[in-house]
Ligand binder design. Sequence first.
Ligand code: ADP
Ligand code: MG
Length: 228
Amino acid sequence: MSSSQSNDACLIGKKLKKSYGDFVALDIDYIAVEKHKITSIVGSSGAGKSTLLHALGTLMPVDSGEIWLQDKNLVRLDSKELAHIRNLKFGFVFQHHQLIPELSALENIALPALIAKKNKEAYMPRVNELIQFMGITHRANHKPNEMSGGEQQRVAICRALVNEPEIVLLDEPTGNLDSANYTMIHELFQQLNREFQQTFLIVTHNQELAKLSHRIIEIKDGKIKSED
Ligand code: ADP
Ligand code: MG
């Protein structure tokens, strides 16, 4: 990766292609997600937003192209190396929180740290910091079905942040929430970005919320239509 391209970029996709039969779902020449910024991906339903996010997060293989995180081209890594990178370098938040129903909020949040084989002394300060930051301390020992949708999504965001990832990828994280809750969650993203310089890449179809980010990339027919 040349330094001229990588200085301020956290994650770079080059010549990314993904087809389903004859249908081209993704055809991205170049995308760079800036470090310490909030970038939104917008576009209508079916435009290819989720495909792009999942491709960049290595949750879905591409047909061709390169995905650079720091000095590694992720498409060249084997599944074991990728699982390691996903656990430590990426945080993921989806529209449906995908929390484990049998575990408490605290246990759900700690899970990526346990997978990384961190010990309790190492991860508990971070877990407590996040729970406090997200205003869900009083919910720490509750199971997901005992929490509101907004609280569940805040737990999912804490889980995504627990290993202090390079970048958090979010696919319509507020799609299931009412306006009071999604406004609050987007304010939390801005606060996390300001206080921890956390990098976010957020797929949303809500233009108002996209405007709160530093950069907006618009996707149409699997291609970048515009970026600011
Ligand atoms: P968005 O998130 O912008 O709504 P997606 O990335 O989910 O759009 O999908 C982009 C396009 O790719 C859509 O037309 C969708 O139908 C198609 N697509 C997504 N996944 C598959 C699949 N597994 N098989 C076939 N087509 C798919
Ligand atoms: Mg989608």
